[in-house]
Structure formats: C-alpha cells, structure tokens
Design a protein around this ligand. Structure first.
Ligand code: ZN
Ligand code: ZN
Length: 258
C-alpha cells in the first residue's frame, strides 16, 4: 500500500487495512481479521471482527445504533412517499445505499485526505482534531450507467477543514449541526487516554432524492498517523482526483465524469 501516490483503492488490501472492528479495545483491521468483518444487524453500519467484540462494544454503541436506526426509518418513510407519489428515479434508500458503498470503497482515500487536512507545518500528527472537522461534499453523477458499481456514482465537489464556528457561519442553514457528534467523538478519544484521537469527517451528499450524511469518525494513533504519507496537494484536489481516477477506471463505468 503506497499512500504517497494516488494509491489504488481497487487493491483490496488497501481497503481491508483501513476498515476496522469498531470495538475500541480491538480495532483489528479487516486484513488482520482475515478479510472478514460483519455489520451490526441493527444499524447495518458498525463493523466487528467477532461476536465478543460486538458484545463488548454494545453499551457504547447502543445509543449510536438507535440514532442510525432512526435515520434509516426516516429514509424508509421517504421511500414510502416516493413510491406512493409514483416518482421515478432514485429513492432515498437507494441514495443512501449507494452513498454508503461509496464511503466504504473510498475509505483509504478519505482517511488519507482527512489526516493531511489536520496536519500543520512540519507536524506529522493531526492537530486541531478536537475543535475542527473535515467536511466533504459529494454529488451524484448525472445519470450514471446502471451497470456501474454503486460506489462509482459520485464525485467530490468540496472538501475542507472547518472549525465548528466557521461551519455554522458558512453552512449553518443548510445542514444540521455536527457539533454533538464531534463532542461525543472527542470524549470517547479522551476516555481512551492520550496519544489517540478521532478525526471527524462529515460526509454529505445532496442528491435529487435526499440529503444523505455519513459521519465518519476516524481513529488515529501516532503510528497510524505517521504511516500516512504527507501529500503535496490540497486534500480536496487529492480526493477529487483519486475518486475520478478510480471511478473512471472501474470496469463497467465507461461514461466520462462531467
Ligand atoms: Zn474485534
Ligand atoms: Zn448498530
């Protein structure tokens, strides 16, 4: 895995090494777990390497799980309305499924860009992660081929590090405040002791069907952060280009990005 170049996310190894068991005491990568992680059947978002890890994390995960389920229910309600209205095109459920596939697939690039967005000067450690977060706006491509992989149907339109105050000033009217999620992440990181942090990436997609948001908390440790190469480009430019490169190279997505 080479983080210094635009690395090839189609190498399973890159993704598998970034996806991890969400039990903080374990955090085994998917690679370490022999390629196998299963999703919590309640929220279908959090992943674990084994039943023991899921059980150990349940007390902490329960409120998160209920939050995500609520969100899933809202989307299901939207779907019902769409079906009743007989509108064609993408349902919110489809939009969310596609978006999650995108987030999973580009996990290594998102992490790489986020870590670099939080680096300042010659510091190899992410800085400012307690106050700031990284906002990534994603747009669905117009009329993607139905044969294209679900994860290849989006492009990056914006990626920038924000303080909570700036975010509210710039985007306040458009989005729900991510402050609570971030505060919870910071608290979790602190309870785990010094030397580890959580970079909050706020991924959002405005599609014609729904606004889909995916908070993407990313744990870093000094070793993990330093293994992530320093990028010479702006994190937005890196992310946009990496997604274009991989998506346009995917086997059944021949249409050129607009
Ligand atoms: Zn585990
Ligand atoms: Zn869950």
């Amino acid at each position: 895995m080479n983080f210094k170049d635009t690395f090839n996310v189609n190498e399973r190894g890159a993704r598998y090494s970034m996806q991890s068991c969400k039990n903080p005491a374990c955090m085994s990568s998917r690679a370490k777990a022999g390629g196998k992680l299963f999703k919590c059947s309640g929220c279908k978002v959090f992943t674990y390497c084994c039943k023991d890890c899921q059980h150990a994390h349940w007390k902490e995960h329960k409120p998160q799980c209920l939050e995500i389920r609520k969100e899933n229910d809202i989307v299901a309600d939207y779907d019902q309305k769409y079906v009743q209205n007989g509108s064609l095109g993408l349902s919110p459920k489809q939009a969310m499924d596609e978006f999650r596939a995108f987030v999973d697939h580009f996990n290594p690039q998102i992490f790489f860009a986020a870590v670099n967005a939080f680096r300042e000067g010659t510091n190899l450690q992410p800085t400012g992660w307690e106050e700031d977060f990284f906002l990534i706006k994603v747009e669905r491509r117009p009329n993607p081929s139905p044969l294209s992989p679900r994860w290849a149907r989006f492009m990056i339109s914006h990626a920038k590090r924000y303080s909570i105050e700036d975010f509210e000033a710039v985007w306040g009217a458009e989005y729900e405040k991510p402050g609570n999620a971030r505060a919870a992440d910071v608290k979790k990181a602190k309870s785990r002791g010094a030397g580890h942090g959580v970079i909050t990436v706020w991924l959002t997609c405005l599609s014609s069907a729904a606004t889909v948001q995916a908070p993407f908390p990313n744990f870093f440790s000094p070793q993990r952060a330093q293994a992530i190469g320093r990028m010479n480009t702006d994190p937005f430019v890196f992310l946009r280009d990496a997604v274009e490169k991989v998506s346009s190279g995917s086997s059944s997505n021949s249409s050129k990005p607009v």
